[in-house]
Design a protein around this ligand. Structure first.
Ligand code: IFM
Length: 426
């Protein structure tokens, strides 16, 4: 891998910190049925208090970078009022990371909204762009001496789909047009944040964390299946990247209007990659762009997502059209760490191939450092390289965590790890 390659892990505040009582997810969790396993984020991993030990462990495991998010509801608990103690807390967090040699990659919005913002309609209203810009300005002024890599928003496509189209996440809406409006506002807010960050810190490197999924036609030669897969790719994957490069909001984000704040607003491309969907044309599903997901027999993780390592290579190639790529998330839900070691080897191998083929890749951040609160799935879905006993808060490095340490220390797959990866994929 290239010199300076980032090897690390990623988390988000609400999933690990614990005690995030002032945001919309906290409220959502209180209603029975919203979280599949009946859990609530509660103390989560108690990372808010245990961050020093947690970061020490990551550094001991050979990592040199870590992605985390700043919880907006802590920093700005009331509109326009910033909490000095919360700001001081995240300063200590970032200083600890720097002291341990962990490059911070900082996300400014990762799914949760302060309660006051949710009560105002949050991302459904255009005013959110100004509110987000104000928050970002404050945060960047506070930490620009410690942070080089910023991520404005995490996975706008997932946020808009689950919160506003399928209704599985707060606020539980089922309205496709509303989902498109939310997506538009997130893209505009990215543009605003990009400008604010660069005004405050010209040398910063700014992106969003974009969830890229592979969509393949179920019947590879079937013209309508091919059309369906391409349409989904254009809508879910490409539209945002194009808008952030050209500044034009094309459907579903708008009607072609040009937004100067958005032009060239990606210094790198943060990519979250997990899986692929196979799609068949279905005339009975106009609300799903005439697509039906087909579940073929194939390796799947605990969430039922297909394990498809080649997809990582494909999304890196797709994203590289828009700038150098940083893998901001990649990982799998696996209760007993049975699948994760092979998952890790096969995905890192694909990434190595991408680099060998000349694609610009800045780093790889595995999701996640430790088991945590997996949103509507609750604590049951374990994504961590480190096991967390949520009753005692005890941490235990899993075999995949040890394996990842070998990869990080060697800066990639050593010949013996490569042989192992090849043997596993044979
Ligand atoms: O846990 C999430 C994360 O918050 C965003 N990307 C996907 C992960 C796994 O579902």
């Amino acid at each position: 891998m290239p010199a300076g390659f980032l090897w690390g892990t990623a988390t988000a505040a609400h999933q690990v910190e614990g005690g995030n009582e002032n945001n919309d997810w906290w409220d959502w969790e209180q209603t029975t049925g919203h979280i599949k396993d009946g859990s609530r984020s509660g103390l989560a991993c108690d990372h808010f208090r245990r961050y020093q030990d947690d970061f020490q462990l990551l550094a001991d495991l050979g990592q040199n970078a870590h992605r985390l998010s700043i919880e907006w509801s802590r920093v700005e608990p009331h509109p326009g009022q910033f909490d000095a103690e919360a700001l001081a807390h995240y300063r200590r967090v970032l200083e600890t990371m720097r002291a341990l040699g962990l490059e911070p990659v900082v996300t400014l919005h990762h799914f949760t909204n302060p309660r006051w913002l949710a009560q105002q309609g949050a991302w459904t209203r255009p005013e959110v762009v100004d509110a987000f810009g104000r928050f970002v300005e404050r945060v960047v002024r506070a930490y620009r001496d410690l942070v080089r890599f910023w991520i404005t928003v995490n996975e706008p496509n997932i946020y808009a789909s689950l919160g506003f189209a399928t209704g599985e996440w707060p606020p539980g809406a089922r309205d496709m047009l509303l989902a498109f409006r939310v997506l538009r506002h997130m893209v505009l807010a990215h543009g605003r944040a990009y400008q604010v960050i660069h005004r405050e810190q010209p040398e910063a490197r700014v992106s969003l964390a974009h969830h890229l999924r592979v969509f393949d036609p179920d019947r590879p030669a079937h013209r309508l299946d091919i059309w369906t897969a391409r349409a989904r790719d254009a809508l879910f994957n490409r539209s945002i990247l194009v808008a952030l490069r050209d500044g034009r909001l094309r459907p579903p984000l708008g009607w072609g209007e040009r937004i100067p704040e958005l032009v060239g607003s990606l210094d790198y491309v943060g990519v979250n990659y997990y899986s692929r969907d196979r799609l068949a044309f279905d005339p009975l599903s106009p609300h799903r762009l005439f697509a039906r997901e087909v579940r073929r027999e194939c390796p799947r993780n605990a969430c039922g997502w297909e394990i498809y390592p080649e997809g990582l290579y494909r999304v890196v190639r797709q994203a590289a059209e828009f700038g150098p790529v940083l893998i901001t998330e990649n990982g799998t839900a696996d209760q007993d760490d049975e699948l994760r070691p092979a998952y890790l080897l096969s995905h890192v191998r694909q990434l190595g191939q991408a680099v060998q083929d000349g694609l610009p890749v800045l780093g790889y951040l595995h999701w996640s450092s430790m088991d945590n609160f997996e949103w509507a799935q609750g604590f049951r879905m374990r994504f961590g390289l480190v096991h967390v006993d949520f009753a005692t808060q005890e941490r235990r490095v899993k075999p995949s965590g040890e394996l990842y340490a070998r990869i990080c220390r060697a800066g990639g797959l050593t010949p013996d790890l490569l042989a192992l990866a090849e043997a596993r994929s044979a």
